[in-house]
Ligand binder design. Structure first.
Ligand code: ADP
Length: 165
C-alpha cells in the first residue's frame, strides 16, 4: 500500500524550514500532501491561493509532493486522502509540548493514523513564518528564508494593518 503523509500547516509563508522537513520525509513516504489549513477564523498574511502557489513552485521538480488545502479536522482530511501518516517538524521544546497535545488528541480520534516528527536542522531552528512575515512587512529581504523556487518579491501580502503577527 502506498505510504501517504499529510504535512499540515498555515505556511504563511512556506519557509526553508518547512521545505527541508518535506524533502527529508520523501525518503520515508511515497507521497506527501502539503495541506494548507484554510481556517476562515484565522487571519492570514498571504491569501490561501497565494500560499498554495508558492508551495507548488518550491516543489515543481518533485511529483511526489502534492499541494492541497483543507478545513475541519486534520485527521478527517488524512482519512479522505487515504493518508496513514501525519508529518510535523519540531524546532524547540515549546514545539514538542504543543505537538504532543495535538498528536495525542489526533491519536485518540484516529488510532490508525501515525504522527511522525522530524527534528529540524540546527540552522533552521530559528526560522518561523512569523519572523519571515515581519521582515517582509517591514520592507526587508526575506528571500534567504524561503525556498529557492519562490520569488517572494512577486507576492503581495495583506495590507490590512490590523493583521496580527
Ligand atoms: P501551524 O500553524 O500548524 O503551526 P506552521 O506553518 O507554523 O503551521 O508549521 C507547520 C509545521 O512545520 C509544524 O509542524 C511546525 O513545527 C513545522 N515547522 C515550522 N517551521 C519549521 C522549521 N524552521 N523547521 C522545522 N519545522 C518547522
Amino acid at each position: 500500500m502506498k505510504k501517504i503523509a499529510v504535512f499540515p500547516g498555515s505556511f504563511d509563508p512556506f519557509t526553508i524550514g518547512h521545505e527541508a522537513i518535506v524533502r527529508r520525509a520523501l525518503s520515508l513516504f511515497d507521497e506527501i500532501i502539503i495541506a494548507v489549513g484554510a481556517n476562515t477564523l484565522k487571519k492570514s498574511f498571504y491569501p490561501l491561493d497565494t500560499r498554495k502557489e508558492m508551495i507548488g513552485k518550491a516543489f515543481k521538480d518533485e511529483p511526489r509532493v502534492i499541494v492541497d488545502h483543507y478545513t475541519g479536522l486534520t485527521v478527517d482530511f488524512c482519512k479522505l486522502k487515504g493518508a496513514g501518516y501525519l508529518l510535523r517538524g519540531l524546532r524547540t521544546s515549546a514545539d514538542f509540548e504543543f505537538e504532543r497535545a495535538i498528536g495525542q488528541v489526533n491519536k485518540s480520534m484516529a488510532p490508525e493514523i501515525e504522527s511522525v516528527f522530524l527534528l529540524t536542522a540546527p540552522d533552521h531552528s530559528f526560522i518561523n513564518s512569523t519572523i519571515v512575515r515581519d521582515i517582509i512587512m517591514n520592507g526587508g529581504d526575506a528571500s534567504r528564508f524561503v525556498p529557492e523556487g519562490i520569488n517572494i518579491k512577486d507576492y503581495k501580502g495583506t495590507e490590512d494593518l490590523s493583521f496580527k503577527l
